[in-house]
Design a protein around this ligand. Structure first.
Ligand code: SF4
Length: 506
């Protein structure tokens, strides 16, 4: 167990995320013994955070330390005051009483000490939060040039030059796309279909096996319809810009149910300004010609066919229960039926996958020429079976690497794609990122809107999380219950939560 020793109590919140990035799967304890009272035994596997000094003692008791200065005490200017307490770095959100510059000075010291001790270099530097592009986005809005932004990301946040350039590029691309729409007066709609053919090993979403819930799918659509009627009414004077039906796997529904779903969305919401309507078809084993027909006739112009890996051994292991050939056939079928904006998702760091496996997967995807490629780094969440049965898989390599990430970027570039949105999750394999690539003009607008948090997203369905972005920039969320039965039974309560949230705004 690694002990975080503190003489400055709030600092636990500031350093914990960063320490976890250096020591994934490690257990932590906290101890308030001051540094000068530590016994030799206590000086092992311990990170000691003092007022102006950080020291790490490894298992052999070897010591690595760094001094740091708190800018607020040194009379320094809070040069990041222009940036919101951001989701790029979580610590400042939790410690609003501590100046953001002081948090960052401490984080830089921890980063330096643990980097030296472990020889691990974290590509995203001191950032542990989910939205690193918010930083360059804020700097761009302040009129900074790209070179100055990159330099600040590298020096202040210790981000690698490669990631700093990527984040800056993406922020500029996002800003351009956002400026093409009146996003401030618009809103987006998310609808969750929480059923899947089987549950994947790494899944932590609201997903339920279809076989067990088959008899309740129509009840679910009835509840969804009631939520749509209420939300459509609440937002009748606002401009709907993007619609995303995800899950789960929406194509778990029958063709008739898909037709009903699309008809309901069109009935209760005004589509005259909708720029993009995505249905995440998702699992190839749930897609057929009739369903694609229902989706196409239902007006969706962007779909996903998600392989996650093109290695049969991996698909079997992670419980996907579909064949590699099914991915290829489904993709060709969708193209043949006229879908000209198809996304494919892959995950890097899946159990037992080597660099050669990833290269082979990427090659097979490149041969299909999708319009979007979304590359995820495996993130093992608490509720996932992969975490619950961790010991069964502990012997397998589950790590993303610089080399595989680079391969993904290179393959996307060879397909004529640019990175256009990016986010990170906790407990990611190798502490990398999820990144969406697209050929020019095929970028998923909804993905940018959800990442940059510039407009409200009304989310319907079990486990859906609605986000209200108010005119003053303040953000509030309300969640629907995750469990399908609970969602159906308590639909009035879900509607009431939304009314309460948006009443503040309207
Ligand atoms: S397809 Fe997606 S939502 Fe469904 S079980 Fe797999 S990871 Fe979860």
């Amino acid at each position: 167990m690694l002990i975080i020793g503190l003489d400055w109590e709030e600092s636990e919140y500031m350093v914990r995320g960063l320490v976890m990035s250096f020591f994934p799967h490690q257990e932590f304890g906290v101890d308030l013994t001051p540094a000068d009272e530590l016994s030799a035994e206590q000086k092992r596997e311990r990170l000691q955070v003092e007022h102006n000094r950080v020291t790490y003692y490894n298992a052999e008791g070897k010591e690595y330390s760094a001094d740091y200065v708190r800018p607020s005490e040194a009379g320094g200017k809070a040069e990041s005051a222009d940036l919101e307490p951001d989701e790029a770095s979580e610590a400042p959100q939790m410690t609003k009483k501590i100046p953001i510059e002081d948090c960052r000075a401490l984080e830089r010291a921890v980063f330096e000490v643990l980097g030296r001790a472990t020889h691990i270099s974290l590509p995203w530097g001191i950032l542990t939060g989910v939205r690193p592009t918010k930083l360059p986005m804020a700097m761009l809005r302040d009129g900074m040039e790209d070179a100055a932004i990159r330099e600040r990301l590298e020096t202040e946040f210790r981000i690698s030059p490669e990631k700093a350039a990527t984040a800056t590029d993406i922020a500029r691309r996002e800003l351009k796309l956002l400026n093409e729409i009146d996003y401030k007066n618009g809103y987006s709609l998310y609808i969750g279909i929480p059923f899947c053919p089987t549950i994947c090993l790494y899944c932590s979403f609201s997903a339920y096996p279809l076989a067990a819930w088959k008899t309740r799918v129509d009840d679910y659509l009835d509840a969804l319809e009631r939520e749509m009627i209420a939300a459509g009414e609440m937002f009748k004077d606002r401009i709907l810009q993007a619609v995303y039906i995800g899950g789960g796997t929406p194509t778990s529904l029958t063709p008739e149910q898909l037709t009903r779903l699309c008809a309901m969305v069109h009935k209760y919401f005004d589509f005259s300004h909708v720029r993009e309507f995505t249905i995440e078809a998702g699992r190839p084993d749930s897609i057929d010609r009739d369903k694609l027909y229902a989706i196409r006739e239902g007006g969706a112009d962007r779909i996903s066919v998600n392989p996650q890996s093109m290695q049969q051994r991996t698909l079997d292991l992670i419980g996907r229960r579909h064949q590699v050939e099914q991915v290829v056939d489904t993709f060709h079928l969708a193209r043949e039926m006229g879908f000209d904006n198809i996304n494919m998702d892959i995950i890097l760091g899946l159990p037992g996958e080597t660099e050669a496996d990833v290269a082979d997967t990427l090659q097979k995807i490149a041969a299909l020429k999708p319009d979007n490629l979304t590359v995820h780094s495996l993130a093992i969440k608490r509720a996932a079976r992969l975490n619950i049965f961790w010991e069964q898989f502990a012997h397998m390599e589950m790590k993303n690497s610089d080399a595989t990430m680079r391969l993904a970027y290179q393959t996307a570039a060879q397909m004529g794609m640019n990175p256009y949105y990016l986010y990170r999750q906790k407990n990611m394999a190798g502490n990398f990122e999820n990144v969406g690539f697209a050929t020019p003009g095929k970028e998923g607008l909804y993905n940018i809107l959800i990442m940059e948090e510039v407009q409200s997203i009304v989310a319907l369905g079990a486990g859906a999380s609605t986000k209200a972005v108010f005119a003053n920039g303040h953000i509030e969320r309300c969640e629907n219950v995750k469990e399908v039965g609970g969602y159906i039974d308590r639909i009035d309560e879900m509607i009431g939560r939304k009314r309460k949230l948006f009443l503040q705004e309207m």
